[in-house]
Design a protein around this ligand. Structure first.
Ligand code: KG4
Ligand code: ZN
Length: 338
């Protein structure tokens, strides 16, 4: 095994991130989160791209300093090629190409969704990586996917959202309730104090392993509008029960889909990732499924769940060892396929 230092760079959405990995161990993991989007209630692509331009050099510089290594010690540069926002991807792609060329080291292109999944192979205390084959459920503000993972780079997309991502379902429901963006964590907080069966919301019907969340958002909107008309204090008086009911609907929907995927594949090894895996409801449901259905479940540390560059660097390392390098004319791909 070669000793290697891989710099990972992530810029697919609204986080500018850089990390250094050495033989599976994270030496530094720096993320600059763009606050600018909060006042718009969602990511504004043009502003994201500009902020990446401002952040990328300081973030990479900090990642190298925290790792306590010189750029000349780097073995390769790994960067997110896609999928994501084109203007954001271009910043990381161009920067990485120039840096690799300047240092005379290999360039490695990384698929953002594969990286969310392979983040499970970052060495971390009290964490064991999933065994192949496993099912990966990636849930965040930008993605909702179930993937069958047979080997590091053999992945099959089993299902995905046909409209909104699950994080958007949380955030848009939160917005209807008047919570600040992103409201997912607040729904989670209040849900823990409420009755999940107080207000039943119907779960959208799509094919067994796919997801749809736009109907839930509309259902929440109509429900709240109707109740507030009858009682202007409805939200304040019933906040916890409303949040618990929304969260219960989303979590049981996610679990239904996972159960369908387990049935379809016979695989009971489950790995989740993405920002929504912080949710207490999904964590509880997974813990219950371990006992009830004999599943083995894996949740990475939170900093490796949300968008980060350590996950890009670990994929870079896995590819480096197989000498899977990018061509120097590689281009960003906003709709990159598995
Ligand atoms: O992975 P992430 O940081 O960024 C991307 O979207 O790529 O995920 C952010 C999403 C947001 O929608 C946020 O509301 C949601 O994850 N989120 C949560 C919780 N923590 C973060 N949703 C529900 N419960 C939580 N505890
Ligand atoms: Zn992501």
């Amino acid at each position: 095994e070669k000793n290697c230092y891989i710099l990972g760079i992530e810029s697919s959405c609204d986080d500018t991130a850089a990390a250094v990995i050495n033989n599976g161990t994270v030496l530094s993991n720096v993320v600059a989160t763009q606050k600018i989007h909060e006042e718009y209630g969602g990511v504004v692509p043009e502003l994201a791209s500009r902020a990446h331009q401002q952040n990328i050099i300081p973030v990479v510089d900090q990642a190298l300093r925290k790792a306590n290594i010189d750029k000349n010690q780097l073995s390769a540069i790994a960067f997110t090629r896609g999928p994501g926002l084109m203007g954001s991807l271009l910043v990381g792609t161009s920067f990485s190409k120039s840096l690799a060329l300047g240092l005379g080291i290999p360039l490695i292109d990384v698929h953002h969704m594969q990286a969310h999944i392979l983040a499970h192979f970052i060495k971390a205390k009290e964490q064991t990586p999933p065994n192949f084959p496993f099912l990966a459920l990636t849930i965040s503000g930008g993605h909702t996917q179930i993937v069958k993972v047979t080997d590091y780079f053999t992945m099959e997309l089993l299902g995905q959202t046909i409209d909104d991502a699950v994080g958007e379902a949380f955030d848009k429901s939160a917005k209807i309730l008047g919570f600040p963006y992103p409201g997912g964590p607040l729904i989670d907080k209040y849900a823990q104090l409420g009755n999940p069966k107080a207000y039943p919301f119907t779960k959208p019907k799509v094919s067994p392993m796919d997801f749809s969340f736009s109907g839930l958002k509309t259902a929440v909107l109509y429900f709240i509008e109707r109740e507030v008309k009858a009682n202007p204090n409805f939200i304040a008086e019933n906040r916890n029960d409303i949040c618990a009911s929304i969260q219960y609907t989303i979590v049981s929907y996610l679990m239904d889909k996972l159960k369908n995927a387990v049935k379809h594949t016979g695989i009971k090894e489950i790995a989740i990732g993405g920002g929504v895996s912080a949710n207490s409801g999904i964590r509880k449901a997974l813990a219950e499924a371990e006992k009830k259905y004999g599943w083995t479940t894996h949740v990475p540390r939170f900093e490796y769940c949300t968008d980060n560059a350590a996950m890009i660097a670990i994929v870079g390392e896995l590819k480096y060892k197989k000498e899977l390098f990018a061509e120097t004319n590689v281009v960003a791909n906003a709709r990159m396929k598995f």
